[in-house]
Design a protein around this ligand. Structure first.
Ligand code: DSN
Length: 425
């Protein structure tokens, strides 16, 4: 690369990724094929519109790429329609809100500190300025059970037009049938933001919201799904008439969403990313991907048990998915930002995180969040989870002891270097 500075930074980042263990639950390592598609000449092409109806010439290959991505996404998630153009998760959610709602309409989503996502109504976001968000939360922090009765009462009172299931820091399964029953009672559209667990749904180890009557599913493509950084929107129902304005009916959701993504919210789709999404969907349809997902869950369970054995207080006392949220303040008497920094120092990367009804502010919250999708991609198995928990425990107990941290950093670097990245040639 002629740009030596960026060339060096790419090499350094490859080294950082190879020599450390990635425990951020929303991150993963893509295959060489996904990386090659991302870095392909499709980045040179403008393709506004959808396959077969574009505003620029030269679409002989792009149309095939996008149609393949669409067809593979539909097959993976049993959807009738897929829009694979959203650049990221936040615009995908934004597109759904704008497709279905008018300003001032109500959306019911999960309380942010209980596990909901920023795009589910954090004050200050564009959507929170335009729409009225109301919240459901967990009833019992020890089990993580959602308070479905309170949710129902709130839905009857506030009449949300969208009920949103989904989270970015909730380690348990949702009861989609309870969501569906409440939505039916108040005539709301059911949307699932499955960004974190899409891979686990595609890998058939967690339930698919479409099997429980959901109308819309949004997801990023780079988390458990192990594709490029990007997103998509899946719906039940067909595009009725893509060239015409249509009424806001559930049957018209695919058309409303397509029109909101383009021309409503975005211009030219990123065809190199869409090519890489198609590759990732192909990979997720292979039998090995199911095995990968089973291993993610087994690793998360082992890691959560190994942590609890060492005195880590886990929110909901365990996990049903790939993710663990830990109240480090209750466990060690210091906040999550300190834990994040100490563990980063020894090559274990995770993120500070709020815990339910956190008394501390988001930048110095009580907790940390970690998960197993990326280390499982590297090839780690349940027996390695005990080792990771032990390193975490030693580092946090010795957080001011530089020689101990140096020793742990060396041990982890040697260990991690024995597990290549999937993109290594
Ligand atoms: N930033 C993602 C996460 O880590 O959960 C969600 O957008």
């Amino acid at each position: 690369m002629k740009d030596k500075v960026i060339g060096r930074l790419i090499k350094q980042e490859e080294k950082r990724q190879r020599q450390g263990l990635e425990l951020i639950p929303s991150e993963n390592y893509v295959s060489r094929d996904v990386l090659d598609a991302m870095g392909s000449v499709f980045t040179n092409k403008y393709s506004e519109g959808f396959p077969g109806r574009r505003y620029y010439g030269g679409q002989v290959n792009t149309d095939q790429v996008e149609q393949l991505a669409i067809d593979r996404a539909k097959a993976l998630f049993a959807a009738d329609h897929a829009n694979v153009q959203p650049h990221s998760g936040a615009p995908a959610n934004e597109a759904v809100y704008h497709a279905w709602l008018e300003p001032g309409d109500t959306i019911m989503g999960m309380e942010l500190s209980h596990g909901g996502h920023l795009t589910h109504g954090r004050p200050g976001t564009i959507s929170a300025k335009l729409f009225n968000f109301v919240r459901y939360g967990i009833k019992d922090v020890e089990t993580g059970e959602i308070d479905y009765e309170a949710m129902r009462e709130m839905a009857i009172k506030t009449k949300p037009k969208i009920i949103l299931a989904g989270f970015s820091s909730y380690p348990r399964e949702l009861d989609y049938d309870r969501f569906a029953a409440i939505a039916k009672e108040v005539d709301a559209v059911l949307m699932a933001d499955m960004a974190h667990i899409a891979g686990l749904i595609a890998g058939k180890v967690l339930s698919n919201p479409f099997d429980h009557g959901f109308h819309i599913m949004t997801t990023t493509t780079h988390k458990t799904l192990r594709g490029p950084r990007g997103a998509m929107i899946l719906t039940k129902g067909k595009v009725s008439n893509p060239l015409k304005e249509v009424e806001k009916t559930v049957e018209n959701l695919p058309t409303l969403i397509d029109r909101t993504v383009f021309p409503g919210l975005q211009g030219g789709p990123h065809m190199h990313t869409i090519a890489a999404k198609a590759v990732a969907f192909y990979e997720a349809a292979q039998p090995e991907f199911h095995q990968y997902c089973l291993q993610i869950l087994a690793n998360a369970k082992s890691l959560s048990e190994a942590l609890m054995k060492r005195g880590f207080k886990l929110v909901t006392n365990g996990t049903d998915n790939h993710m663990i949220v830990c109240d480090v303040n209750a466990s060690f008497g210091f906040d999550g930002s300190i834990a994040e920094r100490v563990l980063d120092r020894i090559g274990l990367t995770l993120n500070k995180n709020v815990i339910p009804d956190d008394p501390l502010p988001p930048y110095r919250p009580s907790g940390i969040r970690l998960g197993t999708p990326a280390v499982t991609t590297r090839g780690l198995k349940t027996e390695h989870m005990e080792q990771i928990a032990e390193w975490m425990s030693q580092a946090l107990k010795s957080r001011n002891d530089e020689p101990t941290l140096d020793r742990l950093a060396k041990v982890i670097k040697d260990f991690a270097s024995g597990f290549p990245l999937p993109s290594d040639r």
